[in-house]
Write a protein that binds this ligand. Structure first.
Ligand SMILES: Cc1cc2nc3c(=O)[nH]c(=O)nc-3n(C[C@H](O)[C@H](O)[C@H](O)COP(=O)(O)OP(=O)(O)OC[C@H]3O[C@@H](n4cnc5c(N)ncnc54)[C@H](O)[C@@H]3O)c2cc1C
Length: 400
């Protein structure tokens, strides 16, 4: 076991940190105003990071899954909205296309994502279906070489800005979740509409919205996987997405810890720095433990991903532990700041608002608990997939 970061990892860490820190003041303004700024992602695309863990063959940097985690940690240390955009683009959509896409689909849809020319999204949740994904109501009806897609998706990150989405719909409702099929859809096509959601608690500098498809025509070549494989594809994409959420949460914990340590040295009560009070030290100690355990769990999942092994249990565990630890760290960071932490004069109230989202999306806290309980009791086992997770070095790059 080697805990050293490679030169590539250090390069990604330095680049992601530099870009994220450069964006900070604009993000704070966007968070206050509740606006998404597309120029940040055009700048980020220049760095190559949007395709950090995508094959070089398709224009990515071709680096490993640990590099992906490092980039997420550095982005969320500055703001969750940066990491959410990256997660949805690279984690949910990118890894899904890498794992399930045909060579032609990768050429057409993954390459523009890898280069950062386009942004990717993932559209599963609906007004009446979140945790219970099989309850979706969207439909896809085959007509010759096309499928006619209808349905409404809700709470979709980048709904109003991404170019390409993986969209899930029933092709055969009678088969239950085995009747769901995945499609690659594009914004600039007839039948696609999106609407922003305003008034969110957190991720306010990010874009979240709804997508409505009305008689959208998807060619059969835009079906991802086979008919009926959509549920498995959705869960595979979520394996990629949860990994990035876990990694990002490590960054949020770090940010909460750094802000708390700074303040604990500045603020004095009862004749000494508040950092000298043991109850304040305890909150900071919990942040240290949360950061380090979450990072180790995330890297363990990344290590399995590098080997092309299925890591659903390990990734879900990392996501659960890291998002809870991030929420606790953000809450304690406000506590350490006292009343000042309760205002936007300090960043910690933003951390708490942002941390709450990650305890909900990509599998709520309760769903993560159920999963870990079921794995431990032997009620849940992961079966091999027709398209297994893509190992690193990427086979596409070995062939190239
Ligand atoms: C900022 C943000 C971004 C998002 N981005 C995306 C995106 O890009 N794409 C996408 O498809 N979705 C996205 N989502 C949606 C997200 O994945 C769902 O909100 C999430 O899966 C939970 O679904 P729900 O909100 O419908 O809650 P519900 O499923 O209705 O759950 C409500 C409550 O009941 C609990 N509950 C449900 N079932 C059980 C059970 N069996 N046992 C115990 N408790 C249970 C839940 O834990 C929760 O506390 C996003 C959400 C947010 C907030």
């Amino acid at each position: 076991m080697d805990f050293n970061l490679t030169d590539d990892h250090l390069m990604v860490q330095e680049t992601a940190r530099r870009y994220a820190e450069r964006f900070l003041s604009r993000i704070v303004e966007n968070d206050r105003a509740g606006t998404y700024d597309p120029s940040l992602y055009r700048e980020l695309a220049e760095s190559g990071l949007l395709g950090v863990a995508m094959p070089k063959k398709y224009g990515g940097l071709g680096l490993d899954y640990i590099s992906l985690a490092i980039a997420c940690e550095e982005m969320e240390r500055v703001d969750t909205s940066l990491r959410v955009t990256f997660s949805v683009h690279a984690g949910l959509c990118g890894t899904g296309l890498m794992q399930w896409g045909t060579p032609e689909q990768k050429e057409k849809f993954l390459a523009p994502l890898a280069s950062g020319e386009k942004l990717g999204g993932f559209a599963l949740t609906e007004p009446n279906a979140g945790s219970d994904a099989a309850a979706i109501e969207s439909t896809a009806v085959r007509e010759g070489d096309y499928y006619i897609l209808n349905g409404e998706k809700m709470w979709i990150s980048l709904a109003d800005v991404a170019d390409t989405f993986i969209f899930f719909a029933y092709t055969d409702k009678s088969k239950g979740h085995n009747g769901i099929t995945a499609f690659i859809i594009e914004r600039d096509r007839p039948g696609f509409q999106s609407h922003p959601i305003h008034g969110k608690l957190g991720v306010r500098a990010g874009d979240t919205g709804s997508i409505v498809l009305q008689n959208y025509r998807a060619h059969v070549s835009e079906r991802l996987g086979e008919e009926g494989e959509g549920f498995k594809i959705a869960m595979s994409c979520i394996d990629g997405g949860r990994y990035t959420v876990a990694a990002g949460s490590v960054g949020l914990i770090r940010a909460a810890k750094e802000a708390s340590i700074r303040y604990a040295h500045e603020r004095r009560t009862f004749g000494k720095e508040i950092g000298q009070h043991q109850l304040v030290q305890r909150m900071i100690a919990h942040m240290v433990a949360g950061e380090e355990t979450s990072r180790l769990l995330t890297y363990r999942a990344g290590w399995l991903k590098n080997q092309g092994k299925r890591s659903t249990r390990e990734t879900a565990l990392a996501k659960w532990v890291a998002t809870n630890a991030a929420f606790e760290a953000a809450s304690d960071a406000i506590q350490i700041h006292g009343a000042y932490g309760y205002s936007d004069e300090y960043p910690v109230e933003r951390f708490l608002r942002n941390a709450k989202g990650a305890v909900i999306y990509e599998g709520t806290r309760e769903i993560q608990e159920l999963m870990q309980g079921e794995y431990a009791l032997g009620y849940r086992q992961d079966k091999p997939l027709r398209c297994p997770p893509v190992p690193w070095p990427f086979p596409d790059d070995k062939e190239a």
